[in-house]
Design a protein around this ligand. Structure first.
Ligand code: NAD
Ligand code: PRE
Length: 748
């Protein structure tokens, strides 16, 4: 049969075999309509009809296989459609709807792909007097600067979002059909409110198009335009690609989304004026601030985008580390700054007034999350070299409200530092996290932050995400009878925000890094009988060189003591009271270790020397097990090589993760033929010579180091699996150990 459009095609709608989505009609067979049709057609999911005011597009649509049949908005076609999609420029939709209205069945899903949603809903109301329940607006967040059916691409929507903006009375069966059809062409469907959609898209899509069009036009019609285009390279091309987009479509968008576009344009114009002023005044710090924040925001955005488009979360390849039994370790080394200290010092420097230089800082892994959070809140952080930062502090209350929630990802360290700091600011802010930090009670931290005066609100009791709303600040008194070093730092930070003075009550005698670091930046922390008094005063930016990681240092000291002939010097130790007590304990069981003297700061700073010695068996009381809970895996290894039987009491009463580590080590000891018994929460280990073997550290870096030490003098090679975390935390492992003659081989 020859259709009215003159095409040789069967327009007999009913004779077609019914496909999954039945008969689908595209109105406006351009780039988006064509891509949608092609995606459905290639997958065999629908019989495709199209209407376009340009007959040429329909003819091309048929000849290139994008659609099955040209059609019309008439009684012959419209009532038989299961789905109708409006894909014309947005201001043409009102007249299309008027043409459709007389033939439309309430069982047909009618949707659109327009870039604005408020205007489309308004057009529907104009035509129908209300929004019919079978009209459900949509918008794929995918596209290109090209137009017309020849630019259609059946993969365009794969792994892109499709926004649907249902109304309160939208037909749920048809809404489900809409979700299914977008998912069928590869999109991830997201629901959104119409007004919110128009504001978000005004910033993410409409404003960039406006800037690109205006820039190209301004330069094309300005002075030296010939040379400007002649010498334009990648930057200009990247920035202006979208200025090749269809002018009709974009004129319609700006006319249809006027208010939201003006709001984002005004905000942008203000920021551009600030940038102009910074250039005029030669204000490099402001420019640098904007550029570093923008760079990290874009890098973060690109990572998110890659995860979406590449598929899923990055693949983690299992890593193992093997050690051959060594004879001795010898040498003089300096360790990269402790990770936890790096997080803390960056935080304190950001809250100080003036510039701080932080040397020997560890810039890998989670530390970047803390850096990013402060950058998001206006702190300029320069990376002077791979282990040196220059932080332009903004003062205790000088952070700026971030434009989006602060994301601590999976970093507990960042969370414990940031939460009290955020609670001390004058703006409300939300903190979000990922995976392992979700669904975990943060009761200890939240209750500490509540004492500061503001409100701490979370949907799920004491779990992230959380919103902080400022209130009247209170003088805090925090009682830390137990708790980690992390919580201790949170307590000191909370106390700093007390209007007059705060106090931290603690059972632990002696100083930890928290107090020492804060004092280094000018905070007055006074010793009291039951803890510390923190006097509120500005922090002062300063320079600091970070000492090495205490667990890594303790591990090296243990290795030196296990391997006959060893002679080791670690140059940059900074031991707090616990790590000093731990080294003293090793000494008491026969270890050869020389610990630095107590420095003026309250830390034992300087170099640590260690050499081989036969270790004696020992008994660790429950109190000592608690005090050395972080170092227990190393003590288990010491017991495995010691003469006689050692007993570690009170393991069963430790925080669960400390007990879990010991239990994992018990398995490893048994596998390495070291006799041990774990009973009633106490552990007995009979010293001997480990056999070697293949061990699994369950992704725990502290366990991994202990297991490698267990293999140091074993009878054959020891391989420790699941060491990704170890290499993230201690990424100089290979280079440091190689320098000392203890060969750790990393393999995937
Ligand atoms: N281009 C993109 O990147 C993109 C992305 C997402 C959504 N959108 C939206 O998709 C829609 C289509 O954009 P496109 O890029 O495919 O444009 P396009 O120019 O490639 O296609 C539009 C088609 O509609 C036809 N048309 C115009 N008025 C008509 C009328 N009254 N009756 C019948 N046909 C008519 C045109 O002839 C043309 O073939 C627009 O609403 C746009 O806002 C575009
Ligand atoms: O990639 C492009 O060229 C686009 O312009 C796609 C783009 C966008 O701005 O992101 C354009 C308009 C939309 O409505 C949705 C997507």
């Amino acid at each position: 049969m020859t259709g009215e459009n003159g095409f040789q095609a069967s327009a007999n709608v009913t004779s077609q075999e019914k496909k999954k989505f039945g008969n689908v009609m595209i109105i406006g067979l351009g780039m988006i309509g064509g891509s949608f049709a092609k995606a459905l057609k290639e997958r065999g999911l629908a019989t495709l009809y199209a209407v376009d005011r340009r007959e040429g597009e329909l003819a091309l649509g048929v000849s290139t296989g994008v659609i099955d049949f040209p059609a019309e908005m008439s009684a012959e076609y419209v009532p038989k459609m299961d789905v109708i999609i409006l894909a014309t420029p947005v201001r043409a939709m009102e007249s299309v709807l008027t043409d459709l209205k007389p033939f439309l069945s309430e069982h047909t899903l009618v949707t659109d792909v327009g870039s604005t949603k408020g205007s489309v809903v308004e057009a529907v109301r104009q035509v129908f007097g209300c929004v019919p329940t079978n009209f459900i607006p949509g918008h794929p967040i995918a596209g290109a600067e090209k137009s017309g059916v020849l630019a259609s691409n059946s993969l365009l929507f794969e792994k892109h979002m499709a926004i649907v903006t249902p109304l309160s009375d939208s037909n749920p069966v048809l809404l489900d059909r809409l979700h299914r059809i977008w998912r069928a062409v590869g999109a991830d469907v997201v629901s959104m409110d119409v007004n919110h959609h128009d504001h978000v898209l005004a910033s993410s899509s409409h404003l960039p198009h406006l800037l690109a069009y205006t820039l190209v036009d301004a330069l094309a019609n300005g002075e030296r335009s010939q040379d400007i285009f002649k010498f334009a390279a990648g930057g200009f091309r990247d920035f202006t690609r979208i200025a090749s987009s269809d002018p009709v479509m974009w004129r319609d968008v700006f006319m249809a989304n006027k208010d939201a576009t003006l709001a984002t344009l005004d905000h942008f114009t203000d920021r551009l004026a600030d940038m102009r002023a910074a250039i005029e005044q030669g204000d490099g710090a402001s420019m640098f601030g904007v550029f570093t924040r923008a760079k990290s925001a874009r890098d973060h955005f690109l990572r998110l985008l890659e995860q979406r488009t590449i598929g899923s979360v990055k693949e983690v390849r299992p890593v193992s580390v093997s050690v051959l039994p060594a004879s001795a370790i010898k040498g003089d080394i300096s360790l990269l700054g402790d990770k936890s200290l790096s997080h803390k010092v960056i935080t304190i420097a950001a809250l100080s007034e003036g510039v701080s230089e932080i040397k020997n800082v560890d810039l890998t892994g989670d530390v970047r999350i803390t850096i990013q959070a402060f950058r998001d809140m206006g702190v300029v952080i320069e990376e002077v070299s791979s282990d040196c930062l220059r932080v332009h502090g903004v003062g205790l209350r000088g952070l700026k409200a971030p434009i989006a929630p602060i994301n601590v990802h999976q970093s507990r360290e960042s969370l414990y530092l940031l939460l009290p700091v955020l609670a001390g600011q004058s703006f409300s802010v939300s903190v979000v996290a990922e995976e392992k930090l979700l669904n975990q009670s943060m009761g200890d931290l939240f209750s500490l932050v509540r004492k500061m005066g503001g409100s701490v609100v979370s949907d799920v009791a004491d779990c992230l995400p959380v919103s902080l709303v400022p209130g009247e600040s209170l003088n805090v008194c925090i009682d830390l009878q137990t708790g980690s070093e992390r919580l201790r730092m949170s307590a000191f930070l909370a106390a700093l925000y007390s209007p007059a003075e705060g106090s931290v009550v603690t059972e632990l005698t002696g100083l930890s890094h928290c107090e020492v670091l804060l004092r280094h930046f000018g905070v007055s922390i006074l010793d009291q009988a039951d803890g510390f008094k923190v006097v509120s005063a500005p922090l002062v930016g300063t320079s600091i060189v970070l000492s090495g990681d205490e667990y890594e240092m303790a591990w090296l000291v243990l290795l030196a003591n296990l391997l006959p002939g060893s002679e080791l010097l670690i140059d940059n130790a900074g031991l707090d009271s616990v790590s000093y007590a731990f080294s003293s304990f090793l000494k008491s069981i026969g270890a050869d270790v020389t610990i630095p003297d107590l420095g003026g700061s309250g830390l034992y700073e300087g170099s640590v020397r260690a050499a081989f010695a036969e270790l004696n068996s020992f008994i660790l009381s429950s109190e000592q097990s608690y005090q050395f809970r972080s170092e227990l895996p190393l003590l288990c290894v010491a017991a495995a090589y010691a003469k006689g039987e050692s007993c570690i009491h009170g393991v069963g009463s430790l925080p669960y993760y400390c007990e879990d580590r010991v239990l994992a080590l018990v398995d490893a000891l048994k596998q390495m033929k070291i006799a041990c018994v774990y009973e009633n929460g106490d552990l007995l280990i009979q010293g001997g010579l480990p056999s070697g073997g293949e061990l699994d550290c369950a992704g725990d870096d502290k366990l991994a180091l202990a297991m490698l030490a267990l293999g140091a003098r074993s009878q054959s090679i020891t391989k420790v699996n699941d060491c990704q975390k170890l290499l993230e935390e201690f990424n100089e492992l290979e280079s440091v150990t190689m320098q000392l003659g203890f060969y750790c081989t990393v393999a995937q």
